[in-house]
Each structure stands twice: as C-alpha cells, then as structure tokens.
Design a protein around this ligand. Structure first.
Ligand code: HEC
Ligand code: HEC
Ligand code: HEC
Ligand code: HEC
Ligand code: HEC
Ligand code: HEC
Ligand code: HEC
Ligand code: HEC
Ligand code: HEC
Ligand code: HEC
Ligand code: HEC
Length: 538
C-alpha cells in the first residue's frame, strides 16, 4: 500500500462507515473501546491503530504497527506432508503478533505506552479458541511456497493457478493465514475469505477424491484447521480411530457401531497415535483399510476390494506396492505378507506367516483367496460354493456377530470373540468334542454331513468324532507355499500341527497323496503309531 492509499485509509477512518472500516467495525477485530467483542480497549477509540499506523510504524507493509514475534514456533509436520515450511513469514507473522498470545494486544509501535485493554487483559489468553499459540504443529501449515511443482509432487493438491480469486497467495507465492482469512471482513464468519459451506474453501486447494458416504462429505466431519488434537493430519481426536469412532460408536443413527467390535477378545488394535514411530506394519489404523476420502457404501464380490475401502493402497500378489488395491487381499498383504505383523497362530510342520505365499495361486494347496483352488473334488462344498469360487480373507476373519453369521453387528475385520479374529468359532485344541458350533467357521462353507459322512477322507468321522481331533491338527486353513511343500505331501491343505501330531516311532511324519480320496500317513497321534496307515483301505 502506498502512503497515498494509507492517507486515504486514514480519511476513511475519519469519514465514517465505508470500505475497510465498514467491514471491520462490527467484528471482533475492532479492538477499540466501542468494539463488539469481549476483548477490547478500555478507552482507545481508534480502530485501525492496533494493526496499522500512519507514521512511526514499522517498515513492513501495510504500514504495520506491531512488533514481530520471535521465531520460536514449532512447525507442522506429517509423513505425508510434502512442503517444507520454516518459521512463519510475512502476513502470518502479523496475525501471530496477536494470536500466538506472546505479545500484548495494546503494544503498538506508534505509541510509547501500550494501549490499555479493558478487564485487565493484556494478550489473547490461552484456552480460548483464538489462541493459536506458538505450537503450530496442530494448525494448518502456513508460510511455504504453494506452486505448480508442489501440486505436481502431491497429486491431491490442485494446481494453484486454478485458485478462485478470493484465495490469495502472497507476493512470494506462499500460503499464509491471509490465504484463508481476511482480517477486515467477517461476512463469512471466522474472517474467512470465502464461505466454507460444503467445504468449498478446503476444496479450492485440495482434491482428495469423492466419497458417496454423505456424512463424510464435509472435511470438518474429521478435520479442524487449528489446535487439532491429532497434530499430523489435523483430526478432531488424538487418533484416527478416535476421530472415526466419534460417530461409529453406536451414537449416530446409520453409522455402524465399530467401537463395540473393538472391545472384543481378538482385535486389530487401531488406537495407535497418528504417524507412530517404528515400522508401519506393526500399527493399524482405520485408514490402513478405509481410505478416508473415497469410501463408497457397501461390500464387494470376492476378490474385489470393498467399495467401503475406497481408493486404498496395497501390496500386489507379487509383492510390489500398489497405489490403489483392486482386491481385498492386497490390502491385507501390506502387513500380513512380507515382514508379517503377526506370528503363526499354530505351530506346524511347515511354518509360514507370509499369507501372500500361502495363498499364491502357484502354492501347493490353498484356500481360494487369490484365485480358484486346485482341487476339483471337494464334495463337502455347500450350495453357493464351488471349486471355481474365490473367497475373501474376511469370509473367515470378520466380526463374530456380523450378519455373515446371522448376527446383527457391524461387519468387518475389526474385532471378534473368536481368536484369531475369526468370523465364527473354530476350536483348535486337541480333544475337542465335535459339534456344529466347535467348527462353525468351516461348516459355513463345508457341509458337516458330508465331512462326517466321509465323502472324501474316509476316516474323517473316525478322527473328528471318534478321536476328538480338531480339523487344525491336519489342515492348515491358509495354504502351503510352493517352495516349502510338495503336491505329494501337502495337497488338501495337509500341514500337521506339531503340538498334536508327532513323528512315528521311525521318526517319520508325513502324508502321501495317493490320488483321488486316497493317501498314506506316517505319524503318531493320541499314542497311535501310523507306520503307515492308508485310506480308503486300512
Ligand atoms: C486486526 C488487525 C487489523 C486491523 C484492526 C486493521 N487491519 Fe488492515 N490489514 C491487516 C492485515 C493483516 C493486512 C495485510 C493483509 C491483507 O492484505 O489482507 C491489512 C491490510 C490493509 C490494507 C491493504 C490492503 C491490501 O490489499 O493491500 C488496507 C488498505 C487496510 N488494511 C486498511 C485498514 C483500515 C482502514 C483499518 C481500520 C478501519 C484496518 N485496516 C484495520 C490487519 C488489520
Ligand atoms: C489455499 C489453499 C488451501 C486451502 C484453502 C486449504 N488447504 Fe490444506 N493444505 C494446502 C497445502 C498447499 C498443503 C500442503 C500439502 C503438502 O505439502 O503435502 C495443505 C496441507 C493440509 C493438511 C496436511 C496434509 C499433510 O500431508 O500432512 C491437511 C490435513 C489439510 N491441508 C486440510 C485442509 C482442510 C481441512 C482445509 C479446509 C478447512 C484446507 N486444508 C484448506 C492448501 C490449502
Ligand atoms: C491486534 C491483534 C490482532 C491481530 C493482529 C489479528 N487478530 Fe484476529 N483476533 C484478535 C482478537 C482480540 C480476536 C477476538 C478473540 C475473542 O474474542 O475470542 C480475534 C479473532 C480472530 C478470529 C476469530 C473470529 C471469530 O469470529 O471468532 C479469527 C479467525 C482471526 N482473529 C484471524 C486473524 C487473522 C487471520 C489475522 C491476520 C491476518 C488476525 N486475526 C490478526 C486480535 C488480532
Ligand atoms: C487453510 C486455511 C486456513 C489457514 C491457512 C489458516 N486458517 Fe484460521 N481458520 C480456518 C478455518 C476454516 C477456520 C474456521 C474453523 C471452524 O469453523 O471451526 C479458522 C479459524 C480460525 C480462528 C478462530 C478460532 C478457531 O480455532 O476456530 C482463528 C483465531 C484463526 N483461524 C487464526 C488463524 C491464524 C492466525 C492463521 C495463521 C497462523 C490461520 N488462521 C491460518 C482456515 C485457515
Ligand atoms: C471421514 C473422515 C475424514 C474426512 C471427512 C476427511 N478426511 Fe482428510 N484425512 C482423514 C484421515 C484419517 C487422514 C489421515 C490419513 C492417513 O493417515 O492415511 C486424512 C488425511 C488428509 C490429508 C493428508 C493426507 C494426504 O494424503 O494428503 C489431507 C490433505 C486431507 N485429509 C484433507 C481433507 C479434505 C480437504 C477433506 C474434505 C474434502 C477431508 N480431508 C475429509 C480423515 C478424513
Ligand atoms: C461425523 C460422523 C462420522 C465420522 C467422523 C465418520 N463416519 Fe463413517 N459414516 C458415518 C455415517 C452416518 C455413515 C453411514 C451413512 C452413509 O453411508 O452416508 C458412515 C459410513 C461409513 C462407512 C460405509 C459403510 C458402508 O459400507 O456403507 C465406512 C466404511 C465408514 N463410515 C468408515 C469411517 C471411517 C474409517 C472414519 C474415520 C476415518 C469415519 N467413518 C468417520 C458417519 C461418520
Ligand atoms: C496396517 C497393517 C495391517 C493391515 C493392513 C492388516 N492387518 Fe491384520 N494385523 C495387523 C497387526 C499389527 C496385528 C496384530 C494385532 C494388533 O496389534 O492389532 C494384526 C492382526 C490380525 C489378525 C489376528 C492375528 C493374531 O495373531 O491375533 C488377523 C486374523 C488379521 N490381522 C487379519 C487381517 C486381514 C484379513 C486384513 C485385510 C483385510 C488385515 N489383517 C490387514 C496389521 C494389519
Ligand atoms: C478359510 C478360512 C481363512 C481364510 C480365507 C483366511 N484365513 Fe487367516 N486364519 C484362519 C484360521 C483358521 C487361522 C488360525 C490358524 C490356523 O488354523 O492355522 C488363521 C490365522 C491367521 C492369522 C494369524 C497368524 C497365522 O498365520 O496363523 C492371520 C494374521 C491371518 N490368518 C490373516 C489372514 C489373511 C491376511 C487372509 C487373506 C489373505 C486370511 N487370513 C485368510 C482362517 C482363514
Ligand atoms: C484390517 C482392515 C480394517 C481396519 C483396520 C478397519 N476396517 Fe472397517 N472394515 C473392514 C472390512 C473388511 C469391512 C467389511 C467390508 C464389507 O464386507 O463391507 C469393514 C467395514 C466397516 C464398516 C461398515 C460396517 C457395516 O456393517 O456397515 C465401517 C463403518 C467400518 N468398517 C469402519 C471402520 C473404523 C471406524 C475403523 C477404525 C476403528 C475400521 N473400520 C478399521 C476392514 C477394516
Ligand atoms: C468362505 C467359504 C469357506 C470357508 C469358511 C472354509 N472353506 Fe474350505 N474351501 C472353500 C472352497 C471354495 C474350497 C474349494 C477350493 C478348491 O477347489 O480347491 C475349499 C476347499 C477346502 C479344502 C480342500 C483343499 C484342497 O486343495 O484339496 C479343505 C481341506 C478345506 N477347504 C478345509 C477347510 C477348513 C478346515 C475350514 C475351516 C477352518 C474351511 N475349509 C473353511 C471354502 C471355504
Ligand atoms: C486326521 C486328519 C484330518 C482331520 C482331523 C480333518 N481332516 Fe479334512 N481331510 C483330511 C485328509 C487326509 C483329506 C484329503 C482327502 C482326499 O484324499 O481327498 C481331507 C479333506 C478335507 C476336505 C476336502 C474334501 C471335502 O471333503 O470336501 C475338507 C473340506 C476337509 N477335509 C475339511 C475338514 C474339516 C472341516 C475338518 C474338521 C471338522 C477336518 N477336515 C478334519 C484329513 C483330516
């Protein structure tokens, strides 16, 4: 602003309610004694003087009348953050000269003594919303160049050449407090430069994607631009889960109750801090499975990624990172494949916790997650399932009270009463008495009558009912990796549990596939020596 302009401004102030003055007078930025806010001068009648002065002012444009605060701010950061701002600059420092709370409101350069404020207030007190403080780690980032190259680096940012005229970057192309706020004009509330109804202010710069979930369409469902409890990502609660569970705890009609699932015995522990230290694989958040900005309603058809996962990232069947997963298992592979997050649940002859290798379509035998299974003779399959079926991890790992099993609870891999996060009961202890409940998980897809009717393995009933042997003693529910087993020894998901099945007296522990519904076993179990035993004959 030129001096002539400033003189004109002075005239306006003297002349009455027009221009800048008309807009600022009725706002809380009118700190004069006649201002409308709680924070105002005891007697001072000038409006502009708290920020501007015609002479004796600092050389900073626009004839700024305040000392600049010291550079001792803590700066916003997050793992996803691309810009690298330093200490606040330019107009942001002007705002902070009041809003960080370190400088007295009435302390202006043009006066020797500070202007006296009413009620004994000196600076903006801590604890009120307007107190931004010197810790800017929980505020929208400021004072960095927002240019086309930043937008090219972060494709979820719009190119700033498309900014609506209300939103201005400073002369250095930097985003400042004044990109979102106009200290003189409170027409839209909070001195915003434009309305943020429908998140239009946020969307002027961010293009985070489309969601069909109505309750998620407003950024402020989850985010707040200042003093955000999460710090990184500016969320309403310290954690991502906490932010989601504000609604998904049974309190909001239509929002599925996930909080109660998370109180189950076996859970994904989603309550870690945002951007936790250490390997991301060892921490789970809602946003690891549901991309917060692109969720649609509803599930999918296996193996397709669920609509309600949105455009979530993953790891492919071959182990490469994917920006957008197209199947559910690719999402799980982020943490349960290479460098897996959890230990094998059951000790087996062949140990493996890389589910990517266990379910590979080239694996020795496997449940059909990545593609249809190998076996064309699975007589136990219930109607709805065939040897061409593909199933989800979440067909077996789900809430035990989900509709899948006839319950009324929310579906999803959040928590279950059955370990390890199983959709239904699956007893794996030796000497389990057979019942429809004990192996409810398997009996959802495999006909109990067929299994106990010995339609494939002629000794199923003898072992399961006669000997109280759990399915898990013989079967690995996942699969046997191609480099570990052989078609001869590990077809039909045979991978003995070493806590139950022992080597026979010759030290041999082996299954041999002898063709359709035929095989040979060398082992010792429940004190019985198989040296060997054959089916269907023996
Ligand atoms: C609470 C602080 C504050 C008060 C009070 C205030 N201003 Fe400002 N003013 C600013 C800030 C910050 C800027 C620079 C940022 C901007 O341009 O939005 C500014 C810039 C200006 C400019 C230059 C605008 C431009 O586009 O370059 C004019 C003119 C102006 N103010 C006039 C006034 C007048 C007249 C008053 C009194 C009626 C007044 N201001 C009161 C904070 C204030
Ligand atoms: C004037 C443009 C602009 C407006 C308006 C804007 N932002 Fe931003 N925002 C940015 C830029 C640029 C970044 C820096 C992104 C980066 O470098 O990764 C950013 C960063 C963020 C971040 C931190 C991202 C990270 O990677 O950690 C969040 C969260 C955010 N904005 C949310 C919002 C919300 C919510 C709104 C609406 C209240 C909003 N923004 C309005 C430009 C804007
Ligand atoms: C001279 C000190 C001063 C300066 C400089 C100043 N403010 Fe304020 N601001 C205040 C005070 C005092 C309040 C009222 C706080 C209250 O009563 O809760 C306020 C309130 C606000 C509010 C809340 C409005 C509302 O409706 O509650 C916003 C937003 C705001 N200021 C933004 C800014 C921005 C952005 C800048 C810089 C462009 C700025 N302020 C510069 C003193 C200042
Ligand atoms: C990216 C946009 C953006 C930037 C940059 C930004 N703000 Fe805000 N600010 C907002 C929005 C939006 C609100 C309204 C929040 C709401 O409705 O809850 C707000 C609210 C405020 C408030 C009112 C209190 C509160 O927390 O709601 C103050 C004070 C404030 N801003 C000051 C500042 C200051 C000072 C800066 C620079 C250090 C700044 N803002 C930078 C968008 C921004
Ligand atoms: C349902 C809650 C929710 C809503 C609604 C939401 N976000 Fe987010 N947002 C999040 C969470 C959670 C994260 C952290 C993501 C992570 O860790 O992967 C995030 C991260 C971000 C980031 C930084 C990460 C990145 O990839 O750049 C930006 C920017 C952002 N959100 C902007 C917005 C904007 C703009 C809106 C409104 C259009 C919005 N968000 C709406 C929950 C939400
Ligand atoms: C402001 C409240 C609110 C917040 C916060 C919120 N949600 Fe929602 N969410 C809802 C409501 C209400 C629905 C259902 C209504 C609808 O689909 O529009 C829903 C639907 C969903 C769905 C879709 C279910 C389906 O298949 O139809 C998913 C998944 C979801 N939310 C996950 C999340 C996650 C993850 C977060 C945190 C990042 C979150 N929500 C934060 C209110 C919220
Ligand atoms: C971001 C990493 C991550 C992703 C993605 C993930 N998990 Fe997990 N999962 C974990 C961690 C870590 C544990 C250990 C329990 C905990 O601390 O949450 C776990 C535990 C489990 C358990 C229980 C195992 C035990 O030993 O208790 C099952 C089952 C499981 N996850 C299945 C899945 C499925 C199915 C998917 C895909 C839909 C999936 N997980 C996606 C990290 C992840
Ligand atoms: C046919 C049902 C079924 C399917 C499909 C399935 N699981 Fe499992 N999963 C189980 C059972 C049962 C266990 C308990 C251990 C056992 O029986 O060997 C288990 C154990 C686990 C464990 C605990 C650690 C371990 O390896 O024992 C994790 C983690 C896990 N599954 C993740 C997954 C992931 C990821 C997928 C999809 C890629 C998946 N599961 C698909 C049934 C299944
Ligand atoms: C390990 C992956 C994973 C994590 C982590 C996860 N979810 Fe889910 N979520 C799922 C799966 C799988 C579904 C079921 C998809 C389907 O069948 O529709 C689901 C479904 C949902 C639904 C819809 C439930 C219904 O019945 O309508 C909501 C809401 C939801 N999740 C919210 C959350 C929230 C909130 C968090 C964090 C506390 C979270 N999810 C964490 C995998 C996950
Ligand atoms: C969601 C449905 C589903 C569930 C639950 C399920 N299965 Fe399966 N299972 C299938 C399908 C489909 C096939 C056929 C795959 C093929 O053709 O190779 C199959 C095949 C098998 C096979 C034969 C594999 C081969 O290569 O010969 C065994 C053994 C088996 N299941 C055991 C179990 C056990 C034990 C459980 C309980 C832990 C279980 N299944 C749970 C769907 C399921
Ligand atoms: C003592 C070891 C053993 C136990 C215990 C066992 N199975 Fe099997 N199962 C086998 C063998 C061996 C085969 C292979 C039969 C063949 O040659 O095709 C088989 C085959 C199967 C098949 C594939 C063919 C079919 O029948 O559709 C399914 C499914 C199956 N078992 C499920 C189960 C379930 C469910 C349980 C527990 C309720 C269980 N098995 C317990 C050894 C066992």
């Amino acid at each position: 602003m030129s001096l002539t302009q400033f003189a004109a401004m002075g005239l306006l102030v003297g002349a009455g309610a027009v221009g800048q003055q008309s807009s600022i007078v009725n706002t809380v930025h009118n700190l004069s004694a006649s201002g409308p806010g709680a924070i105002r001068a005891a007697t001072e009648e000038q409006v502009c003087i708290f920020c501007h002065a015609p002479h004796n002012a600092s050389p900073v444009r626009p004839l700024w009348n305040r000392a600049m605060p010291a550079d001792n701010y803590l700066i916003y950061t997050s793992r996803a953050f691309d810009a690298e701002p330093g200490q606040p600059t330019g107009m942001s420092k002007m705002c902070l000269s009041c809003h960080d709370g370190t400088i007295a409101l009435g302390s202006v350069i043009s006066r020797d003594d500070p202007i006296l404020m009413s009620g004994g207030i000196t600076s903006i007190p801590a604890g009120i919303a307007a107190h931004i403080g010197t810790d800017l780690r929980d505020d929208h980032p400021i004072s960095f160049r927002y240019d086309s190259s930043l937008a090219a680096q972060d494709t979820r940012l719009r190119d700033p050449v498309t900014l609506p005229h209300e939103i201005r970057l400073d002369a250095n192309g930097e985003l400042q407090c004044t990109s979102c706020h106009d200290a003189h004009n409170n027409a839209f509330g909070n001195f915003l430069v434009m309305s943020n109804v429908g998140s239009q202010l946020c969307l002027a710069c961010h293009q985070v994607g489309q969601t069909a979930v109505t309750a998620h369409q407003s950024c402020d469902s989850c985010h707040q631009p200042h003093t955000a409890p999460s710090g990184p990502y500016l969320l309403h609660q310290p954690t991502i889960a906490g932010t989601c569970l504000q609604c998904h705890d049974g309190s909001v009609p239509g929002a599925a109750d996930i909080a109660s699932s998370l109180e189950s015995l076996s859970i994904h522990e989603t309550h870690s801090q945002v951007d936790p230290d250490g390997d991301p694989v060892t921490h789970v958040s809602c946003a690891d499975c549901h991309e917060p900005h692109t969720m649609l309603n509803g599930a999918g058809v296996a193996p397709a990624v669920h609509a309600n996962f949105g455009a979530i990232d993953g790891v492919s069947a071959s182990g490469s990172p994917l920006q957008t997963a197209t199947t559910e298992y690719e999402v799980c592979f982020k943490c349960h494949a290479d460098g897996a997050a959890s230990m094998p649940w059951i000790g087996r002859l062949i140990a493996q916790n890389n589910t990517r290798l266990e379910f590979a379509t080239g694996a020795v035998s496997f449940h059909p997650v990545q593609g249809p299974g190998r076996n064309q003779d699975v007589p136990s399959l219930l109607p709805g399932w065939t040897t061409s079926s593909v199933i989800y991890c979440s067909d077996c790992h789900n809430s035990s009270v989900a509709p899948l099993g006839g319950g009324l609870g929310a579906r999803g891999v959040h928590g279950s009463a059955e370990e390890p996060l199983l959709a239904a009961r699956y007893d794996t202890e030796d000497y389990t008495g057979e019942s429809a409940q004990a192996y409810a998980l398997c009996y959802r897809c495999h006909d109990r009558n067929s299994i106990l009717g010995d339609e494939s393995f002629s000794e199923h009933r003898k072992h399961i009912v006669g000997e109280d042997t759990p399915c898990a003693a013989c079967h690995d529910a996942h699969g046997i990796a191609s480099h570990q087993g052989t078609l001869m020894n590990n077809s039909h998901l045979i991978n003995f549990a070493t806590g139950i099945v022992l080597p026979n007296s010759q030290g041999r522990l082996e299954f041999i596939d002898d063709g359709l519904f035929a095989g040979t076993c060398y082992l010792q179990c429940h004190g019985e020596n198989h040296s060997p035993e054959r089916y269907p004959d023996d």
